[in-house]
Design a protein around this ligand. Structure first.
Ligand SMILES: [Zn+2]
Length: 418
């Protein structure tokens, strides 16, 4: 994840690594409660970060659920007790896999990441990775590397541009992630992340180092050593399922995940670490806690994910989440929505089946019945349409479109054509 002033998703780290010379390794870990002198270059970056943080705090896309934010903050506190009070993480409702931490300790975790993480252990690894960038001052390193290459004036201009872009996103202006998403569909992340990745990217070395540090922090806090590699594997598999050939071919590099170099050697390095570490007894409790924290937002986040219009990825994600056997009404409903919106050969029939399957679960949105009725009618299955509409009205007696559904039912029982 991320980087610095660049409030952006996890995107083209490889590209960024190519753009930026590798940052010098081995700086001192940051001291807790540090505040750099205003006159230092770090102080300048810090001031920019504070502007970005203010924009994030005020953003309409900020998720204000106190339970969810408290949960995320609690995981950070377990991972980085020495930075208590130094790190502030905000949840943003944006359908990309992104987490980032600025040098002043302000961080963002995006809903596209929370939707894809399966357990608290995986979240801990990701957040630990971010804390690793923070503790090692990677953003300052990246900035200094940029300055060494471009000169101070250009470097400052880049930093300001990156912050301005982040602020524009948080203000929901025309350059915002959601607007770009609507305009460009699945291309958004490439365009948008690519621009920012070119400003501040962590080097491949920094990413590997942050993985290792995140691993250590997570294991020390009692989390599953295998969680990090599992998450990266899931993301690589999802990229491979993309509807877009270009994304599939680029593997994880130019996907929604790759603001960092997410490569197979990174996964292997984590596997090696995990192999040397005693395995935790069970992640069941952590999984349960995690599901409980995200469940209230699951439907909204899935709906947002479909706006990316990469139905291959969305369906792969839904398959993966469904394998755990929880939240099947919601997950199956959005599987149906993905088919319906994709509109490929046979998709409407797949959608119809999926809406019916969703309806068998207690947590299915009532809209499953309404849409099932419409699709059944389109398919000429009048008895199925009637049953679905009746179920819809029985489950949502106050529905605003009740009159419309009643009218359809009346026509159905009169035997007239639609
Ligand atoms: Zn990273």
């Amino acid at each position: 994840m991320p980087r610095v002033l660049r409030p952006r998703a996890k995107g083209l780290a490889l590209l960024a690594a190519a753009v930026l010379a590798a940052a010098p390794a081995g700086a001192q870990p940051r001291a807790p409660h540090l505040r750099p002198a205003d006159t230092s270059d770090e102080g300048g970056i810090w001031a920019l970060s504070e502007k970005a943080e203010l924009a994030a705090r005020q953003s309409a896309e900020r998720n204000r659920d106190p339970a969810l934010n408290g949960y995320v903050t609690g995981v950070v506190a377990k991972l980085a007790p020495e930075y208590q009070g130094d790190i502030r993480v905000y949840v943003m409702d944006r359908p990309f896999f992104n987490a980032q931490m600025a040098p002043n300790g302000y961080g963002e975790v995006w809903s596209g990441l929370l939707l894809r993480v399966e357990t608290e252990d995986e979240l801990a690894f990701v957040l630990g990775h971010e804390v690793g960038h923070f503790s090692e001052n990677h953003s300052i390193e990246a900035y200094r590397a940029l300055k060494a290459r471009l000169g101070a004036t250009m470097a400052v201009q880049f930093a300001v541009a990156a912050v301005a872009m982040g602020a524009a996103v948080n203000a929901g202006s025309a350059q915002g992630a959601s607007d770009i998403m609507r305009a460009a569909g699945a291309l958004n992340d490439l365009l948008y992340l690519g621009q920012l990745a070119a400003y501040f990217g962590f080097s491949r070395e920094n990413e590997v180092e942050a993985d290792g540090l995140g691993f250590q922090r997570a294991v020390k806090a009692g989390y599953d050593p295998a969680a990090g590699a599992h998450l990266w594997r899931s993301l690589i598999a999802e990229t491979g399922a993309s509807s877009f050939k270009r994304v599939r071919e680029q593997e994880a590099r130019v996907s929604i995940f790759s603001t960092h170099p997410l490569s197979s050697d990174r996964v292997k390095a984590l596997d090696d670490l995990a192999a040397k570490t005693p395995t935790k007894a069970s992640a069941a409790a952590d999984r349960k806690a995690y599901r409980a924290a995200v469940r209230p937002h699951l439907a909204a986040w899935l709906k947002d994910d479909l706006r990316r219009r990469d139905y291959g990825q969305s369906l792969a994600l839904i398959d993966r989440l469904s394998a755990q056997g929880e939240d099947l009404g919601v997950l199956t409903f959005y599987r149906a929505e993905a088919y319906r919106q994709r509109r490929g050969e046979g998709d409407l029939e797949l959608a119809r089946k999926a809406y019916a399957q969703a309806g068998a679960h207690a947590d299915a949105p009532v809209a499953a019945w309404r849409t099932l009725g419409d699709l059944s009618l389109q398919a000429g299955d009048r008895p199925a349409a009637k049953t679905a509409y009746e179920t819809y009205l029985a489950r949502a007696p106050q529905a605003q479109d009740r009159w419309l559904v009643e009218a359809s039912l009346k026509k159905l029982s009169e035997g007239s054509a639609t």
